[in-house]
Design a protein around this ligand. Structure first.
Ligand code: ADP
Length: 631
């Protein structure tokens, strides 16, 4: 608009300047010429002065200047000698002064007009800008539909209301304007004067914020997050209050639901007997339940944020990251979704057999794995006790069988030995007075004695066959699994005696051909002996390791301890029956171990350095891998 005005001004002015001034001067000249016969040339300057005035009024300062210049020319031409008398001179001077005054005044006027015009345009522009801003602000405030944004006057009455406020509280703008804020408060709070107190607090502290119950127009309640800010005039006088209210009923309900669920979950986790460990996809422990703390002996803070492999013995400890990466990469499940028996490692280094089931979950875009673990120590201790009792029973029955055997033997041997004694004594008597005849009798008696001795020998061999009896029923067995089973039996009670146990299994050294029960018996025997040898030692570490033996096709199993080492008087007869350094030892364990290992086609031996404990080794035949797969 303003630009259009400027454009329309310019042509009008140009027209008035270039055409107006000559026209007015011409009219004045014409007037002077017409009046000359009556008034001589006296009115010329006066009329020219009027022409200058008229030009100034219509065309502005430039027209006035042009008119003045033209008037001077005309005046000089018409009047001829303008200064011929004082009268003329006065007229001319009057013309000059008035024209100059008119020009100066017009110049000033046009300057004022111009600057007034500029100010007017500025004011117009600012006004329009303010209107746009106010409109935009209004839109912005109304677009915040989740927020009630409104303004109160200094007395706490609603002065400005927005759409969000209408949506949240149900009050329309015309209904609420001028009402006190108390209408938003529950009746009992309004009665105690809280609405005014809140405004006071906002004013004195510069801001008021709280979460609390507020009332809608229909009387229903909502939980609100309220902020009140005092607004001031430039001179510091209170202008009113800005109030922002957000309905957080749903958010609060959700938060409470989460908190309740979390509390429930925690109480369940605190009471379930199974240990629970949650890890992320890198194996980092995110949660470690109370039962897990009891089972592994670690406090929560010692495990959270660390790699879960710390709860595993070798070789899983070193491999777990690989297992996890393999699963994440290929999605190939090995243990997830199944339950299996595994070994864990406590803080004190001892092993804890447990049943592990793992499930997978995704939460908050993260992959998580939850492991539930049931401690099998007790169950296996019971199983071990049963097995022990069984083996004791076997042992007792073996002893009683041997006792029976011994009496049978005594009985059986009695006869041939008595016979031998008789024959020998007879021969001895006959040799008192030897004749050719008696010599024949002596020879016969000795031959009979020899044959009776052979019979006795036969009986003794029969006994040995009985003791070392039994063909082994070998099958293809996974050696690490077999060792784990045996260890869980053998390790029962070892934790209490402060013995740390280490399994070092070569994954390549399997499978073997073995009678599982018998080899487990050998291992349990060696573990028990090792534990007994360490009762007096300071360092108590029991290690079971496997490796390929130097003899091809054989696998070696070693049970090492950090105990007393072998007693010199026994080391050469270790594997013989009835050799023992223990007060109530039978001295049968190692001899039975040897019988079993040799029946399997392997060897058993021990080595011991001074102060280094003892290593018992035995070998078993390795089964071809494909046999295992087929079987
Ligand atoms: P027992 O254990 O009844 O004595 P064993 O045949 O099992 O019978 O053991 C025979 C002997 O071998 C033991 O009395 C002990 O002196 C010795 N022995 C066995 N294992 C070890 C060991 N790990 N360290 C030291 N000595 C051992």
């Amino acid at each position: 608009m303003q630009n259009n005005d400027a454009r329309s001004d310019r042509p009008r002015n140009a027209l008035s300047v270039w055409w107006g001034a000559p026209v007015f001067v011409a009219l004045a000249t014409l007037g002077a010429a017409l009046l000359e016969p009556y008034l001589a040339d006296r009115p010329t300057w006066l009329l020219l002065t009027v022409a200058v005035l008229a030009s100034a009024a219509t065309g502005g300062v430039r027209a006035a200047i042009l008119a003045a210049v033209l008037s001077v020319l005309v005046g000089l031409l018409l009047v001829g000698r303008p200064f011929r008398d004082a009268d003329h001179l006065v007229h001319a001077i009057g013309f000059a002064i008035i024209s100059t005054g008119v020009i100066l005044l017009t110049g000033r006027l046009s300057h004022w007009r111009k600057s007034a015009h500029v100010h007017e345009a500025d004011a117009d522009r600012s006004l329009r800008r303010a209107a746009v801003l106010a409109e935009e602000l209004g839109l912005l405030i109304d677009s915040a539909t989740n927020y009630a944004i409104y303004m109160l006057d200094p007395e706490g009455r609603v002065a400005i209301w927005n759409k969000g406020a209408e949506r949240i509280t149900g009050w329309s703008e015309e209904d609420i304007l001028g009402k006190p804020t108390a209408v938003f408060y529950p009746a009992e709070e309004a009665a105690t004067g809280k609405p005014a107190a809140d405004l006071d607090q906002a004013r004195t502290e510069g801001r008021f914020q709280e979460e609390g119950w507020r009332i809608r127009k229909d009387g229903s309640e909502f939980f609100a997050d309220v902020t009140i800010t005092p607004l001031h005039h430039e001179d510091g006088r209170l202008r009113g209050y800005g109030r922002v209210v957000r309905d957080i009923t749903d958010q609060k309900a959700a938060e409470r639901a989460i908190a309740t669920r979390e509390a429930q979950l925690n109480s369940i986790l605190a009471t379930v007997p199974d240990a629970m460990v949650v890890i992320d996809d890198e194996g980092t422990v995110l949660s470690f339940s109370n039962a897990a703390q009891r089972m592994f002996g670690y406090g929560e803070a010692e495990v959270l944020g660390r790699n879960v492999s710390m709860l595993m013995p070798s070789p899983d400890r070193e491999r777990h990251d690989g297992y996890l990466a393999h699963y994440i990469e290929t999605g190939e499940r090995r243990i997830i979704g199944t339950t299996r028996r595994v070994m864990g490692r406590r803080k004190d280094g001892s092993l804890v057999p447990h049943e592990l089931s793992i499930s997978e979950a995704t939460g908050g875009g993260r992959r998580m794995f939850t492991g539930f673990m049931r401690d099998l120590t007790e169950r296996e201790a019971t199983a071990a006790r049963v097995k022990e009792l069984q083996s004791e029973l076997v042992h007792v029955s073996r002893v009683s069988a041997m006792g029976a055997m011994a009496s049978t033997l005594a009985h059986e041997l009695n006869q041939p030995i008595t016979a031998v004694v008789n024959y020998v004594e007879t021969a001895h008597a006959l040799l008192d007075a030897p004749t050719a005849e008696t010599l024949v009798l002596v020879r016969e008696a000795l031959a009979d004695a020899a044959s009776e001795s052979l019979r006795a020998g036969h009986i003794v061999r029969h006994l040995r066959d009985f003791v070392a009896r039994g063909e082994v029923q070998t099958r293809v067995e996974d050696l690490p699994a077999l060792i784990e089973d045996a260890s869980s039996l053998g390790f029962v009670g070892l934790r209490e005696s402060g013995i740390a146990t280490v399994l070092r299994v070569d994954p390549g050294a399997t499978p073997v051909l073995a009678d599982r029960v018998q080899i487990e018996q050998v291992l349990v025997n060696l573990i028990r002996n090792a534990a007994e040898a360490m009762t007096e030692s300071r360092a108590r570490v029991l290690t079971i390791s496997t490796a390929p033996d130097t003899t091809p096709g054989m696998i070696r199993v070693t049970v090492s301890d950090t105990g007393s080492g072998l007693a010199p008087k026994i080391s050469s007869q270790l594997f013989q029956a009835f050799r023992s350094t223990k007060r109530d030892g039978m001295g049968l364990g190692l001899s039975i171990c040897r019988t079993i290992i040799e029946a399997h086609g392997g060897k058993i031996w021990a080595d011991s350095g001074s102060g280094e404990g003892t290593h018992f080794h035995f070998t078993l035949r390795q089964a071809a891998a494909e046999v295992r797969d087929g079987g």
